[in-house]
Write a protein that binds this ligand. Structure first.
Ligand SMILES: Cc1cc2nc3c(=O)[nH]c(=O)nc-3n(C[C@H](O)[C@H](O)[C@H](O)COP(=O)(O)O)c2cc1C
Length: 168
């Protein structure tokens, strides 16, 4: 059982990474038999993300595609996920994430875009063949200091669905 966090923020080490890490920790606690999550902070690749021959990017793509569970975290930019995340995911062919269970996570300044996880990020992950059994989690900036409670609340409904999807 493997768990990976992908963060699509053009700034490395972002608050969105911290939110994604809190979700990954919650998922790990739920599943039990999972090691430390692999963390792929896409900003760290810089221009290599546009280099189709970059081996570190190819390795990141393999890590995500072979994970049991992938937490995909992005800040909201212009009401949707970032272009950086899309550049990375566009590298996959059809059904490139088949066999993974994906958890969509977005951060935002305002609640007005809270459905972006459902209307934008979820369809992208489904198009790639991932199974997306839970509601996405949208976290506004004013809750960044309260991540344990935010994740625990989300897991109340998401936990049983995730367990069923992962354990079959
Ligand atoms: C270019 C840009 C566009 C943004 N667009 C939105 C938006 O449409 N809706 C929203 O709620 N927040 C928007 N924000 C705010 C970020 O989503 C929000 O601050 C996010 O939590 C930042 O995460 P970070 O601290 O990890 O960078 C935008 C921020 C930037 C820089």
């Amino acid at each position: 059982m493997t768990l990976t966090l992908v963060v699509g923020n053009p700034k490395a080490g972002s608050r969105t990474l911290a939110v994604g890490a809190a979700v990954a920790a919650g998922v790990r606690g739920l599943l039990g038999d999972v090691g430390e999550p692999a963390v792929i902070d896409l900003a760290a690749f810089g221009p290599a993300l546009l280099d189709s021959e970059s081996e570190p990017v190819a390795e990141a793509l393999r890590t995500v595609a072979t994970s049991s569970v992938v937490v995909v975290a992005s800040p909201t930019y212009k009401a949707t996920y970032t272009g950086l995340l899309k550049v990375f995911l566009d590298r996959y062919g059809n059904d490139g994430l088949a066999g993974t269970v994906a958890v969509p996570v977005m951060t935002g300044a305002a609640p007005i875009h809270s459905l972006a996880t459902e209307v934008h990020l979820r369809p992208l992950l489904v198009e790639l063949g991932a199974s997306v059994p839970t509601r996405g989690l949208y976290v506004t900036e004013d809750r960044f200091g309260d991540l344990d409670a935010v994740v625990a609340k989300w897991l109340e409904a998401a936990g049983p669905l995730l367990l069923r999807a992962v354990r079959g």
